[in-house]
Design a protein around this ligand. Structure first.
Ligand code: PLP
Length: 403
């Protein structure tokens, strides 16, 4: 009999049966608690990637687990043809928390973006405006045909033709925006902090200028806070730093405490552009997902996790900045709150693998940016240890590079 560990079995089965879509790391994770994960061989990891910004409360937060179990016992799914309490509670809590008027629930970030783009075009269809959508270089809004239409030409090439009348502008360039923002444009979509693009923070002044220009020219502003929202940057929504409000806001990732759910939120007048039948979903915002999300948001609010993320982010950035003097390969440190990126002068994949061998899970985005998206409630000493491991691993890579 072949003696296979769970790790080998899972890896073989996934390699055999799943689409070859992901470059997975060779570990099999079986359980988690807080910011710790355990693999099939019982090895523990410190998780500072947080399921790519999903696990804002860490793994299996007791309040989220309780909400899921209680809800699963009473009602898992009924469709949006009926009313049900968990969606009602979440709708009230989320609109109040974000300052938006209405919400529509989806299953994922991409679907929320797709819903937002449809809403913007439906809104434009009620006036003389064109249907154009402007996005920004380095953006990532998802992988549906609509969301992908916002991306750079080289990313879109293999899937052409995509949705017409999308245009990408240079990152945070006010003159380019000013020149492009005319009657042919229905909406502008932007991440206040770009995630996949390498943790690039859009300056608050740019956000304020963008808001002003959109108002002056009757263009809708869609903010994609799927990665940077839910308290990660130090405010529940990153747009609060700039003192503005979008016309449409999209959330997902951390919204469900680990359960898949996304949301399109809008101002009243914009939300009313949709009529029954214009859009919809079978699963989106089902009882189980809404119960989990309501519990997760309650914890974020009650434990004041955005403020904690802000303080811990400042402290961690200061630590890395101080260490950077001894690390010639650190090009730039970027981020806000607990959304941090360290740009290196070389590709970061091998470094991430070595950090994993040393028990810390981070990741690398945009080729050279080591990304930290830890739980907002991560113990300080755990985050410090993850940064220590990163710096030690980096020092070794630098020494090897010199040899
Ligand atoms: C800013 C942003 N928008 C949209 C998406 C797509 O979300 P999902 O993967 O849930 O479809 C992502 C995912 O990484 C994202 O970071």
């Amino acid at each position: 009999m072949i003696d296979m560990t769970e790790r080998d079995r899972s890896q073989q089965l996934l390699e055999r049966h799943h689409f070859p879509m992901y470059r997975r790391y060779p570990i099999t994770l079986v359980s988690g608690e807080g910011s710790r994960l355990r693999d099939a061989e019982g090895r523990e990891y410190l998780d500072v990637l947080g399921g790519i910004a999903v696990n804002a409360l860490g793994h299996s937060h007791p309040a989220v687990v309780k909400a899921i179990v209680d809800q699963a016992r009473s009602l898992i799914h009924v469709t949006n043809l009926y009313h049900f309490p968990s969606q009602a509670r979440l709708a009230e809590r989320l609109t109040a928390a974000t300052g938006m008027d209405r919400v529509f629930f989806t299953n994922s970030g991409t679907e929320a973006v797709e819903g937002a783009l449809k809403l913007a075009r439906r809104h434009a269809s009620r006036s003389e405006r064109g249907m154009g959508i402007l996005s920004f270089e380095g953006c990532f809004h998802g992988r549906s045909m609509g969301a992908m239409s916002t991306h750079a030409p080289e990313q879109r090439q293999a899937f052409m033709p995509l949705v017409p009348e999308f245009q990408q502008l240079p990152f945070a360039d006010i003159d380019a925006l000013d020149a492009a923002l005319n009657d042919s444009v229905a909406a502008v979509i932007l991440e206040p902090v770009q995630g996949e693009g390498g943790i690039r923070v859009v300056p608050d002044e740019f956000l304020r200028a963008l808001r002003r220009l959109c108002d002056e020219r009757g263009v809708l502003l869609i903010l994609d806070e799927i990665q940077c929202g839910m308290g990660r940057t130090g405010k529940l929504c990153a747009f609060e730093h700039a003192g503005i409000r979008p016309d449409i806001l999209v959330l997902a990732k951390a919204l469900g405490g680990g359960v898949p759910i996304g949301a399109v939120l809008a101002r009243e007048e914009v939300a009313r552009a949709f009529e029954p039948g214009d859009h919809g979903t079978t699963f989106g915002g089902n009882p189980l997902a809404c119960a989990a999300a309501d519990a997760a948001l309650k914890v974020i609010q009650e434990e004041e996790l955005p403020a904690r993320a802000a303080a811990l982010g400042v402290r961690t950035m200061a630590r890395i900045r101080e260490a950077a003097a001894e690390h010639p390969s650190i090009r730039e440190l970027r981020g806000r709150g607990l959304m941090l990126g360290v740009e290196l002068s070389f590709p970061g994949k091998a470094l991430v693998e070595e950090m994993m061998n040393r028990g810390v899970l981070a990741n690398c985005t945009a080729e050279t940016v080591i990304r930290f998206l830890p739980a907002l409630n991560i113990p300080e000493e755990d985050l410090d240890r993850a940064v220590d491991v990163f710096l030690e691993t980096l020092a070794e890579a630098e020494r090897e590079g010199d040899e």
